[in-house]
Write a protein that binds this ligand. Structure first.
Ligand code: ADP
Ligand code: MG
Length: 277
């Protein structure tokens, strides 16, 4: 690798230049939102994708950055699995969903959709740095960052590289084990200096398609109580609904489909907008 042949001074200079590019790129983004969680499979990517789509549909210039290096699902949920990254004049041009939402994901760099990424922390940090420094994000109202579960290298890199992250949204399901882990995510964001931290309770109730009764598979209200205890904003909840799974698998943002999930998602987005103003 060429990088290995650089002298320490040259390496330092390269990093400084990259930091400068990150600064300049991020200066053009009005609001940065990081989506994180304590556990996997709680709905981070679902929230990040639908939030981004809703913002773009409302006319905001929006980008979504998928830093889940090991499980980059954003392209799948947007039906963009075949997209590839294009370089122009040393800059990375992000593919767009619906001619407007800029999307960057590790998935665009992988050879096949089953290719695992076996990388250690420093390498992950370096690809994230590149996504922030060298992608042509342009002027954006919102950059939504989707992370892998937990408080590891990826969200850490983001909060260190974008210290002015405006909002951290912690997604959790309502049962105790998930709540316990989500507290760690809240503390993590707080310790890294994020001023506004919000919580979304996902998979709250399930409407039985046969009897119409609501069943609370993962209990109910735990996220709301947790938010109160932790002194953070409760942004709302999403029901457990088959349409979320179907849409996610088909690459259609569920917010585009009429129903209860869309209604609740819109309530959440309104709260986020009010909160920012
Ligand atoms: N409210 C919901 N109702 C039903 N299924 C959901 C809901 N939220 C997420 N899912 C499904 O759960 C799985 C994990 O969601 P995902 O957003 O990928 O979570 P994460 O990014 O936290 O790992 C996906 O198949 C998704 O479609
Ligand atoms: Mg995910």
């Amino acid at each position: 690798m060429k990088g290995n042949r650089l002298s320490p001074e040259e390496k330092m200079k390269m990093i400084q230049e990259q930091n400068q590019r990150i600064k300049e790129n991020m200066k053009k983004v009005k609001y940065k939102i990081l989506v994180l969680s304590g556990k996997g499979g709680v709905g981070k990517t679902t929230v990040a994708v639908n939030l981004s789509v809703a913002l773009q549909k409302e006319g905001y210039k929006t980008g979504i950055l998928d830093v889940d290096i090991h499980g980059p699902n954003v392209p799948k949920m947007l039906g963009m699995e075949r997209e590839k990254l294009i370089m122009e004049g040393g800059r990375i041009i992000p593919p767009e969903w619906n001619k407007g939402l800029k999307v960057i994901s590790m998935a665009f760099l992988l050879q096949g959709k089953d290719t695992p990424v076996i990388w250690r922390g420093p390498l992950k940090a370096s690809v994230i740095r590149q996504f922030l420094a060298d992608v042509e994000w342009g002027e954006l109202d919102f950059l939504v960052v989707d992370s892998p579960p937990g408080t590891g290298d990826e969200p850490l890199s983001i909060l260190q590289l974008i210290p002015q992250t405006d909002i951290a949204i912690v997604v959790t399901t309502p049962q105790d084990v998930a709540l316990l882990d989500s507290r760690k995510a809240v503390r993590f964001a707080r310790e890294l200096g994020v001023k506004k931290i919000g919580l979304i309770e996902n998979m709250r109730g399930f409407i039985c398609p046969h009897c119409g009764k609501e069943i609370y598979l993962f209990k109910k209200g735990g996220g709301e109580r947790s938010a109160k205890e932790l002194g953070i904003e409760f942004l709302g909840y999403l029901p457990l609904d088959v349409s979320v799974v179907e849409c996610g698998d088909e690459g259609i943002p569920v917010i585009l489909r009429e129903g209860r999930v869309k209604e609740k998602m819109i309530e959440i987005i309104k709260r986020v907008e009010e909160w920012l103003n």
